[in-house]
Design a protein around this ligand. Structure first.
Ligand SMILES: O=C(O)[C@H](O)CO
Length: 449
């Protein structure tokens, strides 16, 4: 009988995609087990967290789903966060669980922070318009697609999906009036036609959604199931909301050097999302502000729930479902995972933690993880915090003193070598267990004679 071995790593940020990391681990496994027959399963994973630069799309969650399910990419030209035309792509594959034609769109592909240089980072002026264009392209050109997975995070935006909705054809109204006008509740309102970012939202006093244009869209989207894969659980507004928690990383200190001025920007961002939420409640009877994940990707999570009726899912659960991970873990003898860095956040929904949990469910006592850095993870593990995965042991890949640059450059070789060493230790334990089992069997035979 063959030893069943599963390697299921995440991407190693800034150096290796999940697929490349899985291949490196697989090489280590194959080199190590020369005495035993093995059945090896390599399953590259993702957790919805976006991993775009420096490889471009193709190394994030979409790449994992498309590669594993033999799907295809569709090229499309859309706008980046500040309105420049860029070439992007989204993926299409057939779901292995229910054969549904599924599209996967990574918002960071077009609306991600990596698209901007330092001086362009200003969430008051950025928009998810490009993400909306990708969705629209998919809905209009891929008639057989009945499910869209939107991976959100890593965004340059904080617009609550204002841009996305606008690109989908939803019209917003504002005062004071301009050329074309409508009346709502007796007030004269104009159709908003500026760049759909928080600055414009506030400056133009956007206060209303044109329900008729929204209904047209709803009919179009009715047959499609929208799922948002996201990496965080923040609410839309308030001190744990999108603006205060993730806003600072999207605002360049070169543009706004003073801390007190940056704080004012965050306040304005939060107030724009608060007004949006008010508008959603009042006009569409939707209150999503407290739903975990509404604050993901600058409130795009909330926007997706409101405009697309999207369901929020953990990125890991989604990827594991669409890659067949759980099936592979059944009856596994050895499970290996990995990630660029492991620390105290690893145990809150990251890939290695997800693999360890799922493996435990299927009777695998210990999962081995290879990683670039587990100093904080080990410290965490030796603390009394009971949340730590008791069934995962992490090994750093460095084979001697080295700086970050060397570790990044040699990552593939180092991952292969560390996997080889772990497998050899496992093999030694396995042979001694086999020996013990053999002796026990012989003893049982003698006793029963
Ligand atoms: O894009 C963002 O705001 C963060 O990645 C959290 O989702």
């Amino acid at each position: 009988m063959a030893l069943k071995i599963v390697v299921a790593p995440n991407a190693f940020k800034e150096c290796l995609s999940a697929a490349k990391a899985a291949n490196a681990m697989l090489r280590g496994v194959q080199k190590a087990f020369t005495k035993y027959k093995i059945e090896a399963h390599a399953i590259p994973l993702g957790d919805g967290e976006i991993f775009v630069a420096p490889f471009g799309l193709g190394d994030g969650t979409a790449e994992v789903l498309i590669t594993t399910n033999h799907g295809k990419f569709v090229p499309v030209t859309v706008q980046d966060p500040i309105g420049r035309d860029i070439s992007c792509k989204y993926g299409i594959f057939q779901s292995r669980s229910d054969n549904v034609e599924t599209a996967v769109i990574e918002m960071a592909e077009c609306s991600g922070l990596w698209r901007l240089n330092e001086k362009e980072k200003n969430p008051m002026k950025t928009s998810t318009y490009g993400t909306g264009q990708m969705i629209l392209h998919c809905v209009e050109h891929q008639k057989s697609v009945k499910r869209v997975i939107l991976c959100i995070g890593g965004s340059a935006t904080n617009d609550g999906g204002f841009g996305m909705a606008n690109a989908l054809g939803i019209q917003f109204l504002h005062s004071p009036f301009e050329k074309e006008s409508n009346t709502t509740n007796g007030k004269l309102l104009s159709i908003f036609n500026g760049f759909p970012c928080p600055e414009q939202f506030l400056q133009k006093n956007v206060s209303s959604i044109d329900i008729s244009s929204f209904q047209k869209l709803q009919q179009k989207l009715h047959d499609i199931e929208f799922i948002v894969a996201c990496d965080v659980k923040n609410p839309l507004i308030g001190s744990y909301g999108a603006s205060y928690v993730y806003g600072p990383q999207k605002l360049s200190t070169l543009l706004v050097p003073e801390k007190s001025d940056r704080d004012k920007v965050l306040e304005r961002l939060d107030s724009a999302l608060t007004s949006m939420n008010h508008m959603w409640k009042l006009q569409l009877s939707k209150d999503v502000s407290e739903i975990p994940g509404a604050g993901a990707a600058g409130g795009l999570g909330g926007g997706c729930m409101v405009y697309l009726n999207a369901q929020m899912r953990s990125g890991f659960d989604l990827v594991s479902e669409h890659t067949g991970l759980e099936e592979s873990l059944k009856n596994a003898d050895l499970v290996l995972t990995g990630e660029g860095r492991m620390d105290s956040s690893t145990d809150s929904g990251k890939v290695p933690h997800g693999v360890a949990e799922l493996a435990k469910k299927h009777g695998v006592d210990v999962v081995f993880a290879v990683t670039g850095n587990c100093k904080k993870y080990s410290t965490y593990s030796s603390s009394t915090d009971e949340k730590h995965d008791p069934n995962m042991v992490a090994f750093a890949i460095a084979d001697g003193p080295m700086d970050l640059q060397e570790s990044l450059e040699r990552s593939s070789e180092l991952i292969e070598n560390e996997t080889f060493r772990i497998c050899k230790v496992f093999e030694a334990g396995f042979s001694s267990k086999l020996k013990k089992d053999f002796i026990a069997q012989q003893n049982n035979k003698i006793m029963s004679q």
